[in-house]
Write a protein that binds this ligand. Structure first.
Ligand SMILES: Cc1ncc(C[n+]2csc(CCOP(=O)(O)OP(=O)(O)O)c2C)c(N)n1
Ligand SMILES: [Mg+2]
Length: 1011
């Protein structure tokens, strides 16, 4: 049977050029194998075969222009199209090999891991009575018919008991839907009463030894406070926080003792994002574990000399300890969300095994107000990230004071998370409240709990038992009676959920066993717990970093820390003997859970840089053919996807701008990641570049993929293409976190430059992203003009990052301006990578000379200006392509520093000086970025230096007009060049005056920055 393969629907394009034929007659091909590559003026795309078979005849040749329906080739196929489905689904052998390698390097098999996490032990709770009593009566002043309410409640209660909560929920939903249909537009509330989500009698009990765990916790609390106090005795400017960890100690301890499985050679490990300013507590535990010693604790926040401990989680500064930087509030939860998503991506793409690993993110209730903190919760629910758990430490305070004095943060968050589709577990009240709640027959206690606002709850814990009796219980005589037999001290002991190990254990247990939804645990705690008058629940707790002897004695007594008064006065750390039950227990628990946390390691294997032939086509001239560097990048990526080593590891991340960048060809070729696959037929399904669910991409995704070498021991190559203006400037803090995290990968600022993007205007035109990139020490950035420069830079990036494992990332700008690309000049590779090389020499006149340095698209203006200068003004020039002012400056800085530190020694010469030092004439540099970009190299050359650039707000107009406006077009370069030569007294000023007149340059126009 013979099949005809026709050009499919290629969207709006007609007469599109064939630039590659990927098969030849006689080849046996499978369905979806690419057969030709088409290229429009904007994008290139591979056409896959719709059939399997042997190529009989090829009907087209390179250079032909084709449209929909044209015949590409004929195939003879034996079995028709039926069996091909299997071929597509089969993993290519190269990918299979890589998966096998990854699996071997991890040695996955978690059968030996601790199973305590999954044990289900029900609490024997004698204090709590039957369900129906709990549901009995809730007094409500708006209730116009309490009897009727009672009957409804009894009916509901009966359903809960006879048919279960799901059925009850179903009936309630039906009632609400019915009410809605009958005109009652009152939405169903997302809030539940202000009590724990898990009823006391449904709590799963911890298998741990509570007594020993309490002692361990006390020691961690003590050492964590002491390390902050001691650091600040040395120098009060060092700072630090005691109150945050004091409120979160139990939340971390339960995880460490029972839930968080470390990475080992048998298991990938759970990933924990610790709240940044709780770092002292994490160090204090590592001290008990024997991983840090007293000397190191004493070096908290003193990192300039080796051996110090970083103030917050910083993988860059403590690369074997911290995994995730979190202290820029809001970034942690978002990075954790995308981490969880990326973990599913790796599983779904069969690059790692599904081992039920979890990602935990700890954050503060004040942190929640950062826009990023809630920024991706919708995605987490939509993608069913049941591997994601947020723990929000609701200590009701932020830095300055209450988080929601007049409201209740837990209730507010419950509504938000529930509304987004999360599983919400509120851990509000500790076990001491259980009997009171069980005896709350009238529902008054819950009513009072619902009524009180966070400002009051904070005050209750600052002011003592009597105050709580009078002001909380005292509001209703009946409630006051409920605690009549309690002493003030008993009332004071009524604990909050987040400090109760049983409640926290039960919540974590439920969280890890939740399917198809992410979980948020809203744990109510007390800021500065245990700090007494010096810090407990008072507004200034956050900044508390000193404790006097009395405060320390109080703290010791509060938690029974086994230290003498003398030891307390000396502010000593305390680590029990190695053979003590505490240390043995602590180690045993961690051993059972696979090792210590946090710990950062990497066993990823390098990815071999692809051979030259993948890039060779970019060394040839494109001839008449014009294309943008973005398109050249797409061509290069298309080629890279054919490399068996690289292809399975490439993670292109494109946030809804693929068509803008001409990358729609990738939709079909590699698909857009969607956790659940595509559930619908896209509107444009007949087209070659039809849309595939769903848009993805963000810096957090890129960071997850770029740190996969450590978090999952598999090296990935993430390439995040953003609209350059909405890149660094928008997500700068994430870029910083990427640097801290030692992310490896490429950021591509597409549609870059202030003047390449005509029409789009002020907020789209980027003239400064390179300067922002330069602020990140491990970001290497380039602004290439020609396709061979791009290929050279990209290949070196692959080699340095993914083969040699350098902890750097690349920022490369690409443009959407079409032009033809010349053949790669000889011996320019080193210069491209170092930042500049000579691309043209104009030397016809042998009179005056100027050095012209151009970057990105402005290089072409420079070359044209050089021709005018030579032909019309008899001025010679050397034109240099500057691929990176940032890299040149780094080299200059280092050289200068070396020379200053070695006075009298042999001087080093900067690369800029090497290139330009012996050249003739002044220097004029320009780029499509602010003058500061090229000014960066000014100090490293001993010559007159002038720069042009695009300082000022962008605006919409044609490319030509924009360049004229910013004075970076060829005419301005000529005029300014002549003026520079006259300034240097090399030519008469009249030439410059003439050029200014000739090109109608308005001398009185204000600086573009003022317009
Ligand atoms: C984006 C950002 N802004 C400001 C800070 C400084 N800062 C550190 S902790 C903190 C308050 C944190 O309050 P919360 O999130 O409630 O944490 P808690 O200490 O109460 O657990 C602030 C403002 C920061 N780390 N990040
Ligand atoms: Mg807080």
């Amino acid at each position: 049977m013979s099949e005809k393969l026709l050009v499919p629907d290629i969207g709006d394009f007609e007469e599109v050029e064939i630039i590659e034929i990927l098969v030849k007659e006689g080849d046996k091909i499978s369905k979806n194998d690419p057969v030709i590559t088409l290229e429009s003026d904007k994008s290139s795309v591979e056409v896959p075969s719709a059939f399997e078979g042997v190529v009989d005849s090829i009907n087209i040749k390179i250079g032909d222009k084709v449209s929909k329906g044209d015949l590409i080739l004929t195939l003879s196929s034996e079995n028709g199209t039926q069996q091909k489905q299997e071929t597509i689904e089969k993993i290519p052998p190269a990918t299979e090999k890589i998966i096998a390698e990854a699996e071997n390097s991890n040695g996955y098999n978690n059968s030996e891991l601790d199973t305590s996490v999954h044990k289900e032990i029900k609490v024997e709770n004698t204090q709590v009575e039957e369900h129906n009593e709990r549901l009995e009566i809730v007094e409500n002043n708006n209730d116009i018919d309490p009897q009727e309410t009672k009957e409804w409640l009894e009916s509901l209660s009966a359903v809960v008991h006879s048919e279960g909560p799901e059925r009850a929920h179903f009936l309630i939903k039906q009632l609400i839907d019915q009410a809605y249909k009958e005109g009652s537009n009152i939405p169903y509330t997302q809030n539940t009463p202000y009590i724990n989500t898990i009823p006391a009698d449904e709590e799963i009990k911890s298998p741990g030894d509570q007594n020993i765990e309490r002692k361990i916790r006390a020691l961690i609390r003590w050492n964590s406070a002491v390390m902050v106090v001691r650091a600040n005795m040395r120098d009060p400017s060092l700072g630090g926080h005691i109150g945050t960890f004091a409120s979160a100690a139990t939340l971390y301890d339960i995880g460490m003792n029972h839930f968080w499985r470390a990475k080992s050679n048998k298991f990938g490990g759970d990933l924990i994002y610790f709240q940044g300013h709780s770092a002292p507590g994490i160090y204090a535990r590592a001290f008990l574990e024997g991983r840090l010693d007293e000397k190191q604790l004493d070096r908290f926040r003193q990192e300039v000399y080796p051996g110090g401990l970083s103030s917050y989680p910083h993988p860059w500064l403590m690369p074997k300890f911290w995994q995730f930087p979190t202290v820029s509030m809001g970034l942690g939860p978002m990075m954790a969300t995308y981490q969880a998503r990326f973990m599913k991506y790796l599983i779904n793409r069969k690059l790692i095994k599904d081992e039920n690993r979890k990602v935990w993110s700890f954050l503060g209730d004040g942190e929640i107000d950062e826009p990023e903190a809630l920024g991706s919760i919708g995605l987490a629910a939509r993608e069913k990230l049941d591997n994601l758990i947020y723990v929000v430490n609701c200590n009701l305070q932020r830095l300055d004071g209450p988080v929601r004095g007049n409201g209740k943060i837990i209730q507010e968050l419950e509504g938000i998370f529930r509304g987004a589709g999360w599983n919400v577990i509120k851990v509000i009240w500790g076990s001491y409240w259980d009997p009171l709640l069980a005896n709350d027959k009238s529902g008054l206690l819950v009513k009072r709990m619902n009524e009180a606002v966070d400002g009051e709850y904070q005050a209750f814990k600052a002011k003592g038992g009597l105050y709580v009796r009078d002001n909380f219980f005292g509001k209703y005589p009946e409630l006051k009676n409920l605690v009549a037999s309690y002493t003030d001290s008993d009332i004071w002991k009524l604990n909050r959920g987040g400090h109760d190990p049983h409640k926290v254990y039960a919540a974590y247990h439920k969280a890890i066993n939740t399917k198809d939804r992410p979980t948020v645990i809203l744990a109510k705690t007390i800021k500065g717990y245990g700090m007494g008058k010096s810090g407990e629940s008072i507004n200034t707790t956050h900044q508390q970093k000193k404790l006097g002897v009395d405060d320390l004695l109080y703290y010791r007594d509060r938690f029974d820390v086994p230290l003498t008064d003398e030891q307390v006065k000396n502010i000593e750390y305390f680590r029990p003997d190695e053979n003590s039950e505490e240390i043995k227990y602590l180690k045993k628990r961690r051993l059972a859970l696979g090792g210590y946390i946090p710990e950062r390691s990497s066993f990823s294997k390098p990815i071999k840089t692809p051979s030259n032939d993948i890039f060779d086509f970019m060394k040839k001239s494109t001839g008449e053919k014009e294309m943008s560097t973005t398109m050249a990048l797409v061509r290069m990526l298309t080629n890279l996807l054919r490399d068996k080593n690289v292809a399975p590891r490439l993670v292109p991340i494109i946030p809804d701008e693929a068509r803008t960048f001409g990358m729609e060809g990738f939709f079909q070729k590699i698909g857009i990641y969607a956790h659940e696959g595509q559930k619908y037929e896209p509107e444009d399904s007949a087209q070659l570049s039809s849309y595939k669910e769903e848009k993805s991409g963000s810096m957090a995704s890129w960071i997850s993929a770029g740190t996969s070498y450590s978090n999952h021991d598999i090296e990935m190559i993430p390439i995040y293409l953003f609209y350059s203006m909405f890149g660094f400037q928008r997500t700068g803090d994430f870029a910083w976190a990427a640097g801290d995290s030692q992310t490896r990968g490429f950021l591509i600022g597409a549609t870059a430059g202030r003047t390449t993007l005509a029409g789009e205007g002020l907020q789209h035109q980027d003239g400064h992203s390179h300067l922002l990139a330069s602020t990140i020490p491990n970001c290497v950035s380039y602004d290439p003009t020609f396709h061979y420069e791009l290929a050279t830079i990209f290949k070196e990036g692959l080699r340095r990052m993914h083969e040699k494992h350098e902890n750097i990332f690349y920022y490369i700008t690409t443009m959407n301006e079409n032009y033809s690309h010349p053949e790669m000049p000889k011996d320019c590779e080193e210069g491209i990578l170092k930042g500049m090389y000579k691309i043209k020499d104009f030397s016809k006149n042998k009179k005056n000379k100027i050095q012209l340095l151009g970057s990105g698209t402005i290089l072409r203006e420079m070359i044209e200006a050089a021709e005018i200068l030579q032909n019309e003004y008899q001025v010679d020039s050397e034109v240099w392509s500057v691929t990176s002012f940032n890299e040149l400056r780094r080299d200059g800085l280092e050289t200068e520093r070396y020379n200053l530190l070695n006075p009298g020694g042999e001087k080093k010469i900067s690369y800029v000086e090497k290139c330009l030092g012996k050249t003739e004439g002044p220097i004029l540099a320009a780029s499509d970025y602010m003058r500061m970009n090229s000014d960066q190299i000014r100090p490293y050359i001993n010559k007159s230096f002038y720069s042009l650039g695009t300082d000022g707000f962008g605006r919409s107009d044609t490319r030509k007009n924009l360049r004229k406006f910013f004075e970076v077009d060829k005419e301005h370069i000529v005029a300014y060049g002549l003026s520079i030569l006259s300034n240097e007294q090399l030519i008469a000023s009249k030439h410059a005056v003439d050029a200014i007149k000739k090109y109608k340059i308005d001398k009185d126009k204000p600086m573009p920055t003022k317009l």
